[in-house]
Design a protein around this ligand. Sequence first.
Ligand SMILES: NC(=O)c1ccc[n+]([C@@H]2O[C@H](COP(=O)([O-])OP(=O)(O)OC[C@H]3O[C@@H](n4cnc5c(N)ncnc54)[C@H](OP(=O)(O)O)[C@@H]3O)[C@@H](O)[C@H]2O)c1
Length: 307
Amino acid sequence: MPSIGIIGLGRVGCTLAFALARAGLPLTALASRDQAKARRLVKTLGRSGATEPAAVAAADILHYADLVFLATPDDAIATTCAALPWGSAQCAVHLSGAQTLEVLASARRRGAAVASFHPLNSFPASDPGSMAELELRAEALKGSYIGLSCPDAGGAAILEEIAASIGAGHFYLGEDQRVLYHAAAVMASNFVTTLLSTSAELWRQLGIDEDMALRYTAPLLFTTCQNILTLGPLAALTGPLARGDLGTVQKHLGALDALLDNSRTATLYRALAKATLPLALAKGTIDRGCADELLTLLQTEELPCVK
Ligand SMILES: NC(=O)c1ccc[n+]([C@@H]2O[C@H](COP(=O)([O-])OP(=O)(O)OC[C@H]3O[C@@H](n4cnc5c(N)ncnc54)[C@H](OP(=O)(O)O)[C@@H]3O)[C@@H](O)[C@H]2O)c1
């Protein structure tokens, strides 16, 4: 296993550092634009019982590590990579879902192997000084899948070993598959967040705050996820669209259209309801005629509120 370094100690950089160190992998160097942050993370790793990596400047990291994860925002990967003096014994790895290996072209031109290692999960925060938080995030990494791209067979074997050591599975992605793959990930995570935030806004109209709304909604959310994962989306789909309850959908639309700030929520409801119709048809619980009636209803703007 080559020595490992990480540049960029944000949400994924800190989590990965903790997971690698906890797995006993040779994490030798961490580089941050904020030295105090890097030193804080080194201390936390030390307290966790891991060997402490060096806190170094990004420009020096290749003196300490042969495999370097570039854990910067997507738009900064290419410039961060281009600033380093890569050699043929080294490997540059980015963590982006949507970016191809082209952003690492500067390292490839200097003979380094290039790869991407995209943890298919959501890492919303990281405090380099908090072992409890890093443990929590590293637990999420454990059991996740890593979307890998690595044309170099030796590099691929090493990255597979790293994934397995931190408890993650892996799959391979073609360069031309990455953007759609990442859009799929956004649908499964970011947009679920948007939907729940929108749902909480509706609860607020009833005088119930976000905390309580999320508490009340949690069993519905968990059961829905469990049903989707165990039964598949078709079998998991319930509700007025799957039942063909036109009257209920009409009431929803009237109530949403009557909200003072209606346009965003009502537009979202209409778009998602339209996207749900093919699923309801495929499920076989509504027929084409009912789907057409629902579609006409959904295409009607500003329905009167029906109590
Ligand atoms: N967050 C997620 O859920 C998630 C999931 C899977 C994959 N990813 C991928 O992981 C990578 C890192 O994402 P992240 O969410 O960890 O981002 P992040 O929290 O914003 O952290 C990125 C870190 O990069 C450094 N940085 C910021 N701007 C920079 C710049 N202009 N030039 C050089 N370094 C810069 C900063 O670290 P220092 O202050 O230490 O320099 C910053 O904390 C991205 O490629 C992202 O697509 C993220």
